[in-house]
Design a protein around this ligand. Structure first.
Ligand code: SD4
Length: 318
């Protein structure tokens, strides 16, 4: 059995490419890296890789991670600038004995020495978003943290190897040096080939409070189906945060176990994800969760077309 699951509709093309690799007996590491790179390279996604929205200082700082569920090797970069594919740098770091999580300038030096492709990740489109947002903020003091869609994936290959990976530009208008959950083991991602894996998208500051990806893997280890594990972990932690703090940030989790069974839960409306397995052609679903129970419906062609149309619509300077 093979399979791959990923956050948001934007991962669909990457999931399709990964499915081809997995179908032909390919490796879960290669498949997931290919899938994440596809999202990183697409300029119209505002929250991952090239075209990602910048921080307060108009610099694109990226976070990414890679984990191998056989060896439990982890590699990650945080607040790295000017490299095309942070996920590949993370995967490379996962092979080191120490120095597995590098930040900022140190991560950039490592990537440069290792010959990774340098790229100015700030697009003209992202600059327009930035200037528009600055105008909005000064006009009406709105909150800057909107529009964050991290890509997070879990993958299983025919040999039973599992991997997980994430990539994000984090929160739009974040402080320079801010790091979210995505490169943090147990929070943005976790995978153990003996059990399964999970990955998160949402408000990193809150996801990290509950190590939610690890919690889902733990529940699967206790015997829960990935769907039950996601529902339980998200509903419980959402409740916990609301009780203690009065509110809970956005949180959407995807998971797959080592049988290729998968699950998804969210505390927001309109969460989409992409999945493919040996028994399931690549497909995009929309998830709705009410009282801790989630239903996944295939996205309609109209919804899919509209998604692309809005992402690629001409952008006016306000
Ligand atoms: C972060 N979790 O940096 C990321 C942002 C995100 O969907 O997932 N957005 O906090």
């Amino acid at each position: 059995m093979w399979g791959i699951i990923a956050t948001w509709r934007m991962a669909a093309e990457g999931v399709g490419k990964a499915a081809e690799i997995l179908k032909n007996g390919g490796d879960a590491g290669d498949a997931i890296e290919t899938a994440v790179k596809e999202v990183e390279d697409f300029p119209y996604y505002k929250s991952v890789g090239y075209g990602g929205l910048p921080n307060e200082e108009m610099e694109v700082e990226l976070d990414a991670a890679y984990m191998d569920g056989d060896t439990l090797d982890i590699g990650a970069v945080a607040a790295i600038r000017d490299f095309a594919n942070p996920v590949s740098i993370a995967r490379r770091l996962s092979k080191e004995k120490v120095n597995n999580l590098l930040v900022g300038e140190g991560a950039e030096k490592f990537a440069h020495k290792e010959g990774f492709e340098r790229k100015n990740m700030l697009t003209d489109r992202a600059k327009i978003h930035y200037r528009n947002r600055v105008k909005e903020i000064t006009a009406q003091e709105i909150k800057p943290y909107a529009g964050h869609d991290t890509v997070g994936m879990v993958c299983l290959d025919e040999k039973g190897k599992m991997t997980s990976a994430t990539s994000t530009s984090g929160l739009f208008m974040k402080k320079k040096g801010r790091v979210g959950d995505s490169p943090i083991s147990g929070s943005g991602f976790y995978v153990d080939s003996k059990v399964g894996g999970a990955s998160a998208t949402g408000l990193g500051e809150d996801v990290m409070k509950g190590c939610v990806s690890y919690e889902i893997v733990r529940l699967m280890r206790d015997g829960l189906h990935p769907q039950e594990a996601c529902e339980k972990a998200v509903a419980m932690f959402d409740r916990e945060l609301k009780e203690r703090r009065g509110q809970a940030g956005d949180m959407s989790l995807i998971a797959m176990n080592n049988k290729g069974e998968w699950g998804v839960a969210t505390n927001i409306e309109g969460f989409s994800f992409a999945v493919a397995t040996e028994n399931q052609e690549p497909i995009v679903y929309l998830t709705k969760c009410v009282d801790g129970k989630c239903i996944h419906e295939p996205a309609s062609q109209e919804w899919l077309d509209d998604y692309m149309r809005t992402r690629m619509a001409p952008l006016e300077e306000k």
